[in-house]
Design a protein around this ligand. Structure first.
Ligand SMILES: C[C@](O)(CO)[C@H](O)COP(=O)(O)OP(=O)(O)OC[C@H]1O[C@@H](n2ccc(N)nc2=O)[C@H](O)[C@@H]1O
Ligand SMILES: Nc1ncnc2c1ncn2[C@@H]1O[C@H](COP(=O)(O)OP(=O)(O)OP(=O)(O)O)[C@@H](O)[C@H]1O
Length: 298
């Protein structure tokens, strides 16, 4: 959305790993993954307007979680600097920069890729502000330099994620599906979860069956797959087990699962009313949890 004073607004949607299989561990310590990634209409927001230089302002309920970190370390600032460099946009020589605001609504270090989504949204917002397409192919290599999850967040459409996150393939069309996201309130760092993981490896499990017409079809297909980081994440944050049990116990929940390295879990539902009712009930019973209802993006 562009508003008349040239302010550009981009959403940074939460990423969900509908399934996440760990296929092996490379010599450099990174893990080979097979994952079906989808996005939800539950999001941070990046706003950019013309200004001298580059500045970042944080607001929103989870801004406080990032305020202890230097602003230059924020993935949004890093994305802005990379794009300015790639476009040879020299603000010292009078080129217009951007005043960026990140409205942080997604919990930090929570397995739903908020930082990656913010970085991708910043690339799209500044591309538009500075007169190039948000689909410009130059954005992809910049996104990859910012993190494994950032390229897939550029389009925020469902995708298969392979390699160490560097292989992105189109996913089957997902059916309309309502979701509830629940985080028990404990940040969880991705490296600690991979380090805590033990046991064997899974095989790749991309869908090759009939089209997924309904949320129930999607849940049934996912039931034979899993998130291989669940045991390790739950060992570090036992509250994940409570979240999964609570989600699974809500009427209409078709599937409850951990996203990424956690600690956010998601429930899938056949319709919006079931998800909204589930979220409301969980909020009453667990006032300390972060709970949001929404839908998967098409
Ligand atoms: C697990 C996922 O959430 C799945 O969507 C993401 O791939 C994680 O992406 P991310 O948070 O951007 O993670 P990165 O910053 O790339 O990696 C953080 C750390 O997690 C471990 N890591 C991450 C990705 C991967 N494929 N193998 C790993 O072993 C590594 O120790 C790495 O240093
Ligand atoms: N804009 C940002 N939002 C969130 N975290 C950021 C941001 N910029 C930098 N970071 C850093 O990145 C770390 C990971 O944050 P993020 O919320 O993206 O994790 P995540 O949801 O677990 O991601 P993933 O699912 O990709 O593992 C944070 O602990 C923080 O230090």
């Amino acid at each position: 959305m562009t508003v008349p004073d040239q302010t550009v607004v981009e959403s940074a949607p939460a990423k969900l790993n509908l399934y996440l299989h760990v296929l092996g561990r490379r010599a450099d310590g990174y893990h080979e993954l097979d994952s079906l990634i989808a996005f939800a209409d539950i999001h941070d927001t990046v706003t950019a307007r013309p200004a001298d230089g580059l500045t970042l302002t944080l607001d929103g309920p989870f801004a406080v979680a990032l305020e202890g970190e230097p602003s230059d370390d924020n993935l949004v600032s890093r994305a802005a600097v990379l794009l300015a460099e790639a476009l040879d946009r020299d603000m010292a020589r009078g080129g217009a920069g951007a005043a960026i605001t990140l409205t942080k609504r997604l919990p930090v270090a929570s397995g739903i890729g908020g930082g990656s989504a913010d970085a991708a949204a910043c690339l799209r917002a500044l591309a538009r502000l500075w007169g190039i397409s948000p689909a410009d192919p130059r954005l992809f290599p910049l996104a990859a330099r910012l993190g494994a999850d950032v390229p897939v967040c550029l389009t925020s459409t469902a995708a298969y994620f392979g390699g160490i996150g560097d292989i992105i393939d189109p996913a089957p069309r997902l059916p309309p599906c309502a979701v509830v996201l629940v985080n028990p309130g404990t940040p969880l760092s991705t490296p600690s979860v991979f380090k805590a993981r033990s046991g064997g490896f899974s095989t790749a499990a991309r869908f090759d069956g009939a089209p997924l017409a309904t949320a129930a079809d999607l849940a049934a297909a996912l039931a034979g797959r899993g998130n291989d980081l669940t045991a390790a994440a739950t060992a570090l944050v036992p509250g994940i087990g409570d979240v999964l049990d609570a989600l699974a116990g809500t009427p209409g929940c078709l599937l409850a699962r951990l996203s990424g390295s956690g600690a956010t879990c998601f429930g899938l539902y056949g319709d919006d009313a079931e998800a909204t009712t589930a979220a409301a009930g969980l909020t009453v019973r667990h006032p300390g949890w972060w709970i949001r209802a929404g839908r998967l993006l098409a």
